[in-house]
Design a protein around this ligand. Sequence first.
Ligand code: ADP
Ligand code: ASP
Ligand code: MG
Length: 444
Amino acid sequence: MGMIKTLKFGGTSVGSAANMRRVADIVVSEGARLTVLSAMSGTTDALVRISGAARGGDRETVRETVEMLREKYSTCIDELLGDCRPAARDRMEETLALIANETFTYRGEVSDKLILAQGELLTSAIFCFHMQELGYRAVLLTSPEFMHTDPEGKPDTGRLSGELTRLVTQTDAEIYYIAQGFICTDAAGQVSNLGRGGSDYSAALMGVAIGSDEVQIWTDIDGMHNNDPRVVERTFPIRRMSFDEAAELAYFGAKILHPATIQPCKEAGINVRLKNSMEPQAEGTLISDAEDNAMDFHAIAAKDGITVVRIASARMLMAYGFLRKVFEVFEKYRTPVDMITTSEVEVSLTIDSTCHLDEIIRELSPFGTVEVERDNTIVCIVGCIDYQHVGLAARIFDGVREVPLKMISYGANHRSMAILVATEHKKQTLQALNDRLFDSGCCR
Ligand code: ADP
Ligand code: ASP
Ligand code: MG
């Protein structure tokens, strides 16, 4: 028996009939045990728009957007399917009717999530018909039946592995199992999701649950690049990278991976391969426990929407106990802190969730003066940035010598430095670092 593989395909990869054909080829040639699919590109955004418009009573936008989806999916069905076309069209009409119905009998949060789930459900159903028409035994699973989250939104991995391994039983027969990424059932028993871009995370969890040897994330680019290709010119794919580095880059904004994807695979020791479905022959990126120490600097990522909170203690004598008090406030409001710098009586830290900012400021105020700065970006540089390797920090600072730096975080580990800049300086910062830290056009 060959390797057990779990393959995930993102929105662009399943974004048209032609692309779905390519996905089927890949699924078959890789011998995927489990295939996890996102919704066709643009679908989830459209569904978000529909539920937003419904909430605002904007029936016209709802109607137009449902029509746009009908057009998109019927084109795909017509171009892709033969005998299964009527069944797929029925399935599509059921989905659109459900969306319209949920929208106009709007009950809030619950129907919202149910609407968002329809993209993955419909896309995977169409793809499964295609696999069956090609003559393969393809089985469509329903992810909310085995992907459950707790009241904090954390997936129940024990339950997942029990229930999914029961379903994915045919190990040697040529059966292709197809599941939806992104969607789940929440603690209240309602259909929900793992957050935007969450299909990568679904695939990682499911891949671990069925004991895969490898999880492959197929997307529209040839692997993890050394910098954000949407912002910077002359980026290049990185061939190998460690779990920790990949997790750090994903956490600090490398959109190619949902930030939670790496952890389950790292814990289970399962390699993650990033591949380009538009160019299956391209090497992609292999993420494993192997460290790459060949280069000083490996990659850069950026995370927007960062808010700085600066607290200056009124009393010098609070020097100890001060940090604990400050952090207790963030803990109370379940607000994670990303960067932190301290002096004897001041602490500055960054958060990316401002849901409870008002309460946080109110509770911090008795400790001293509190200042808030919005619209910042954390730029994270990863590599072998060890303190013994003299001069690396100087190269980073030389690269950003023309950028106002608001915070610097260095020394927490041996592989990264993070700097905070105003978002208006993000592009300049990323490009300057790219030009200074990497030989342009360099490819490993
Ligand atoms: P999918 O729909 O397949 O999940 P995403 O759009 O979520 O695809 O992620 C792929 C995109 O991530 C790429 O097209 C690229 O623009 C963007 N991206 C951002 N940073 C990086 C990076 N460091 N390396 C590769 N791609 C990146
Ligand atoms: N379709 C979902 C989204 O657009 C999940 C994903 O693509 O990973 O966020
Ligand atoms: Mg994605």
